[in-house]
Design a protein around this ligand. Sequence first.
Ligand SMILES: *Cc1c(COP(=O)(O)O)cnc(C)c1O
Length: 224
Amino acid sequence: MSIAEQLLKIKQTIPSPAQLVAVSKTHPAAYIQEAYQAGQRIFGESKAQELQEKQQLLPADIAWHFIGHLQTNKIKYLAAFVSMIHSIDSLYLLQAINKEAAKNNRIINCLLQIHIAQEETKFGLSEQELNELLTSDAYKALKNISICGLMGMATLTEDKEQVRKEFRMLKQLFDQTKVTHFSGQEQFTELSMGMSDDYPIALEEGSTLVRVGSAIFGYRNYNS
Ligand SMILES: *Cc1c(COP(=O)(O)O)cnc(C)c1O
């Protein structure tokens, strides 16, 4: 099947208002162009310089989402145009993004990454760290970032019930966070969860942004 056919097949299974982030990392601009021509507008990348290079080559109305682990010295490559950063796991990083956003006279949309998997290696905040961050004065002083929701990655396992349990936990935390920290603020709407192997479960559990790569573009040469 072609990229366009795979894309359209997957899109049909995503109920509105949930949206598809087509994860194009490692793949050439031509693949992105093909998906773009099939109507896709949101693309996800996980390396700042790779994202910057692709942004320069491709149509200006693409919404670029950064989904990888972001180093503070790389923020400058994407601050001028990035549409959302999914993977923020510290106040320090948020402050650094705020600073680059201010230089560009922008407000950057951000998601806070929550650690929901069993693997220790995965990034993300605990529930307690999330609450500490959102109640801190340092966070409240940030004027050039907007927290639009939460993001998480489930354990890499064949056990679908485990995956479902983790997504359900994240959805509960999202609902609770919205009430506790964002009441009356309408931007807190996004729950980014689900990848090629588990996005149908994520959608059932309330995902609003699924990040799907290999199911659209095929296998990658390196994992990132
Ligand atoms: C690579 C990546 C994806 C997409 O993974 P697939 O299994 O190829 O769909 C989604 N989210 C993050 C954070 C990623 O790094």
